[in-house]
Design a binder for this molecule. Structure first.
Ligand code: ADP
Length: 374
């Protein structure tokens, strides 16, 4: 469990947001956010990712000022903000339901945050046009929200959150109401806007591919606790616990108990009695109940060389042709839901269900994780 996670100096510069020992309870009994420590760097795109009810929105609402922390402090640019009302925090916000003013035109919607800030009319017109250009709606200023598609409305919402040049923009499932194709297109648009403007974005989603596409770092939430805070690549390649391994990407698990420790690796006796070697990630003693995490593309069927230290007998159960790879379901060590992504090469087109094969993997690709550690 990563309780304290600092932004990396040099990656993005100074710390813009700090959650320091923040807790939140709505009912005075149970904590929905438990001792949150997180530093968000100026210019970073940080995503809070996790299942529904894990505390992500609550964290965002505390940062926005719509909820108050039960314990701890939140800092913006080094200044404690627990007692600063939302409208004085100067934060841009985008939510799932657009929240545009229906009786105003698009241009009036964009001008609103500028008028509130007493910006001069000429300046307003220029900034509104720039914001419209940024979201590719240059000619839509005169329309009302109801005359726009869902995707266009959400672009206006993004433009409105950015039009007053805030240092920080919060987005809570902003693409949740859009269909898949539009959602993916908007992910790239938001990512490019972030790269071009250098604004800091804190983004909430339960969709891992959205998080992986856009973020510099992802905080994986479960049960009010950050399970791991890392780059998309680190989360996928080196999950620190069983929850993260299961939540990010596709994963095979083999259950067993540690039977021998050997420095950074360990031997695990599986439920069916077979013994395999794995990287000891967060297990450190013999007897620990373990789930070994293995990515489907890191397992080989009938490996040609002896490079795989772990070799076990397996049976092919199902093969699905997916163009660039063949998705194979095999029975490995008593598990019949074990998935292997086999590259589409001539060698493997002969495989068929029922075949007995050898399956192998490198020790460093098998991560032994404590089944009971958070
Ligand atoms: P997420 O964004 O990860 O789905 P939330 O922060 O919305 O999670 O919710 C975390 C927990 O807090 C949930 O159990 C939810 O039911 C509870 N919760 C959220 N908002 C309120 C509220 N206004 N009053 C009471 N409980 C709430």
């Amino acid at each position: 469990m990563a309780e304290t996670s600092s932004a990396q100096p040099g990656d993005h510069g100074n710390i813009l947001v700090r959650f320091a020992e923040v807790q939140k309870s709505y009912d005075g009994i149970s904590l929905v956010v438990k001792n949150l420590n997180i530093d968000i760097a100026d210019g970073e795109f940080l995503t809070m990712l996790g299942p529904s009810g894990s505390g992500k929105t609550t964290c965002l609402m505390m940062l926005a000022g719509f909820e108050t922390a039960t314990h701890g402090q939140i800092y913006l640019d080094g200044i404690p903000i627990n007692n600063v009302p939302p409208h004085k925090r100067d934060i841009g916000m985008v939510f799932q339901n657009y929240a545009l003013f229906p009786h105003m035109t698009v241009a009036e919607n964009l001008a609103f945050p500028l008028k509130v800030r007493k910006i001069g009319q000429l300046d307003i017109e220029e900034r509104v046009q720039r914001a419209l250009d940024m979201v590719q709606l240059s000619d839509f200023g005169g329309r009302r929200p109801a005359q726009l598609s869902g995707g266009q409305q959400q672009r206006v919402a993004v433009a409105r959150a950015l039009v007053f040049d805030p240092k920080l923009v919060l987005m809570d499932e902003p693409l949740g109401a859009l269909d898949k194709q539009l959602r993916e297109q908007m992910q790239y648009e938001i990512k490019h806007i972030h790269e071009n403007l250098g604004v800091t974005i804190v983004y909430v989603t339960h969709d891992q591919s959205e998080a992986l596409t856009m973020s510099n770092r992802i905080a994986v939430f479960n049960d009010g606790i950050i399970q791991q805070l890392a780059s998309p690549e680190q989360l996928y390649e080196a999950p620190e616990n069983a929850f993260v391994a299961q939540f990010i990407g596709e994963n095979n698990t083999l259950r067993g108990k540690v039977s021998d420790m050997n420095g950074t690796t360990c031997k695990v006796t599986l439920e069916n009695g077979q013994s395999v070697d794995a990287l000891a990630v967060n297990v450190d003693s013999v007897g620990t109940e373990t789930s070994i995490s293995l990515r489907p593309e890191r397992v080989f069927i009938n490996p040609k060389t002896n490079s795989c230290k772990n070799l076990v007998e397996a049976q092919v159960l199902e093969l699905i042709y997916l163009g660039d790879h063949i998705r194979s379901r095999v029975n490995v060590c008593g598990h019949d839901d074990f998935i292997i992504k086999v590259p589409n090469s001539a060698d493997h087109t002969q495989l068929k269900p029922g075949d007995s094969v050898q399956v192998g993997w490198h020790v460093e690709d098998a991560r032994a994780l404590d089944m009971h550690a958070a």
